[in-house]
Design a protein around this ligand. Structure first.
Ligand code: COA
Length: 173
């Protein structure tokens, strides 16, 4: 079953247009719209992130000069658990704080418990939002399922000669 789509109130997010210090370009963080779907899919698939469940309705995006350069989503699973996922920023726009801004805006819209499945080496970046590692058995069932699918994808990578990414489940709240 597809996760329930979250109705973001765009007005809340549009007000977060912020200039970047020392940078002429503005980074607009807003709710995704249907026209963003192709850009979201391209960004996520370009980084070999989970290619499933990429409906634009769950995403917020970062826009520079009219182009979508970053994205993140909140998956709402059928067991009502929430999982932040599909975090990606275009290579040319990295290290400007866009990922951090996307995460902050998304979490401001979702109080309560949120999971993240991430590469072990990235877990440290989520501490500032109070995410902590948890054991697989403590995660919501839908998140456990996604974690296992991620591990399966890692095994397939190994068979194809690519070094797999080691995953970890984090939770806040
Ligand atoms: C991870 C990523 C989204 C960070 O985007 P960004 O806009 O450059 O991040 P910020 O500018 O907010 O943060 C800067 C720093 O924190 C790191 N960072 C911040 N949030 C991160 C996160 N959630 N996961 C990993 N690294 C993160 C950045 O790599 C960078 O580290 P550095 O300064 O040591 O190089 C980007 O590098 C990317 O798209 N990578 C490929 C996809 C990916 O790995 N997604 C994360 C899946 S968990």
């Amino acid at each position: 079953m597809l996760p329930t789509l979250l109705p973001y109130r765009s007005a809340e997010i549009h007000s977060l247009k912020t200039p970047h210090s020392g940078d002429a370009a503005f980074v607009l963080i807003r709710a995704a719209v249907a026209l963003d779907q192709a850009a979201i899919t391209r960004l996520v698939q370009g980084e070999r992130l989970n290619p499933n469940g990429l409906a634009w309705q769950n995403f917020i995006v970062a826009v520079v000069g009219g182009a979508v350069v970053g994205a993140v989503q909140m998956r709402q699973h059928d067991d009502d658990s929430l999982e932040l996922g599909s975090l990606v920023v275009h290579r040319e726009h990295r290290r400007r704080g866009i990922a951090g801004r996307l995460i902050t805006v998304l979490l401001n819209l979702h109080a309560g418990q949120v999971h993240v499945i991430t590469h072990r080496k990235n877990a440290v970046h989520y501490r500032r939002w109070s995410f902590r590692p948890i054991a697989l058995g403590l995660a919501a069932h839908a998140v456990q399922r996604n974690y296992c699918l991620g591990q399966l994808a890692a095994l397939i990578s190994l068979v194809r000669g690519r070094w797999p990414r080691r995953l970890m489940i984090l939770r806040r709240g």
